[in-house]
Ligand binder design. Sequence first.
Ligand code: CA
Length: 221
Amino acid sequence: MSSRTIEMSDALYAYMHRVSLRESDVQRRLREETAALEYSMMQISPEQGQLMRMLTGLIGARRAIEVGVFTGYSALSVALALPEDGELVACDVSEEWTAIARRYWAEAGVAEKIRLELAPATETLDALLAEGRAGDFDIAFIDADKTSYDGYYERCLELLRPGGLVLIDNVLWGGAVADEDNRSEDTLALRALNAKLHDDARIELCMLPVGDGLTLARRRN
Ligand code: CA
């Protein structure tokens, strides 16, 4: 029983939420508004948001990056743990979804900490590197187009200080990564990145079965 991760029935999952979730009213309303959208599955689970908030605080993060904002729940979770003068560079290409995010960031009082960059994330990350900000960030969260993950990962790793943390979402991809018959572009990209990280000596590695699978990659030096 205890040598592997527990399987979650709906009842057990609901119980876990009942006894552990500590969402503010703003977070809950953002999650509920997003749940009604067509692409609601792109929102992270609330327990993942809570984990990200704790990790941000644990490493004493002041500067953060997010690749893939959607409606802003994950950025809100991270921003809540940043100090008042903290900075979160949030990358996305959707005006429509990030308009929802902005509304809730303002309401939660974290809008000042978040700089939304509406451009392809690769351009934004390259611009940060060109500004000489390599090693300047503490934490990065990657949750966008899967075929670009490797490029995002390499750039984020460079932007992080030693001991900084890259979080990578959807690494279990609904189980598709373990299905050899599944050769979709996204699956192949995630499978290749997972294999690469396993052998990547630049990081400490941990993959958690939270949400759709969350990888923690801690930059060594
Ligand atoms: Ca995701």
